[in-house]
Design a protein around this ligand. Sequence first.
Ligand SMILES: *Cc1c(COP(=O)(O)O)cnc(C)c1O
Length: 391
Amino acid sequence: MLIKNSLDEMKKREISLSVIKSIIDNNGRNSIYDLTGLSGGFLATSDDLSLLETYVGPAIFEENLQNLGKDHLGGEKILAVNRTSSGILATILTIVGENTEVIHFLPEFPAHPSIPRSCKLVGAKYSEFENILDFKNNFSDNVSLVVITGSTMDHKVLNEEDFKSAIKVAKDNNIPVLVDDASGARLRTAIYSQSKATDLGADLVVTSTDKLMMGPRGGLMAGNSELINQIKTKAHQFGLEAQPPCILAMVKGLENYREDDLKNSLSKKEELINLVNREFQMFEETPTGIKVSEKSLEEEILLNNYEINSKISSRDLCFLWAMILLKDQNIITIPVVSMPGASATVRFDLASNDAKELDINNLYNKIKKSFESLLKIIDNEDLAKEILFSI
Ligand SMILES: *Cc1c(COP(=O)(O)O)cnc(C)c1O
C-alpha cells in the first residue's frame, strides 16, 4: 500500500493542491477542469461583501437563508453548519447517548466516515445496512437515532420505497431520523423526481452546499425546529456552525441553483458513456456522469495483461490514475483532493461547472491517454510513489 493512512492522504492532497496552483499559474484558470462535482463557489457581489463588514449582513443573510433553505429542503427551521460532517457530528452529540445505538440505512456501502466516527466519539454502538430487511431485523430497543443516506459519496441513490420503509420503522419505534442527503437533496429530487427528505417524514436532513450546486463547502440542515434548536446550541458550543461569509455564499448558491442545469448534464453523459464503453469495461453510470471503482479499475488493468506491483493496492491505483489525470491532463477528480477516508472512486461529474467548457471527445481522449499512462507505471513502486508524493 502506498497510501497507508490519513497522514498519507493529507500529504497527497497537499501535493495535488500545489500541482493545481502551478497549472493555474502557468496557463490560467480555464486550463484546468474540475470534474469533481464539488467545485464550490462564492457567488457574491461587492455590495454583498461590504455587508459582511457590518453586523447588519449576517442578520440579512440569516433571513434569506431561512427562506431559501426551507424552499430547498423543507422543514420548519434551517441551520447552517461548517460542513455536512459537522451537521452529522452536532446531531449525534445532541441526540445520541453513550452505549445507545445508531442504526444506518444506505443504498450501498461505504457510509461517509463522519457517521461512524461521530458515534465512536460519543461511545455509541453503530451498525449499517444496505438491505432493508436486514435494517428492520436488526432494529433494537437500544436505538437512539436512525440515519438514512439518500445518495452515497459515489452517487448511488436510495430508491424511494426503501426510503419510506426505513422511515416507517423509525416512526413506529418513535426514534428520530437524520437523512444524510449531501448530494441526494439535489440528485434524488432533480434527476429521480423523488420527494424532499422532510416530506418523506425525516425529522432532520443535512446537505452539502458544495455538491451539485454553486455554493461553498458547507452543510445546510433543516428539520423539526425543536431538534434544530438543540443541535444549533450544541454546534455553537463546539464551533461547528457556519460563519457569515460562508452563509452569504450558501444563500447565493441556493439562489442560483436550477434543477434544469442538472437535467442538462444527462445528454452529455450519454455521449460519454457511448464512447468509453466501446473501449473499456470498467465504467459505471452515475446520475450525472461516469465512475470507476477501485475493483473495476484493477480488473481493467488485469484484462490488459499488465502486472501490478505487489506494494500497490487497488485503492492506490485510483489515487495514481487520478494524479495522472491531474498532472498530465489537467483534470481534477475527487481522489486527488479528497479528505482522509473518503471514497477513492474516480468519478467524472458532467454536472460540474467546468464540464460545460469541455468537449466530450476531448474529455474521452484525456481519459484514454491517462489510463494508458497508468498502465506504464504500475509495475514500478518508486515511480508510483514519485507520482503521488512529489510535484
Ligand atoms: C460529501 C458527503 C458527506 C460529507 O460532506 P463534507 O462537506 O465533506 O463534510 C457526507 N455524506 C455523504 C453521503 C457525502 O457524499
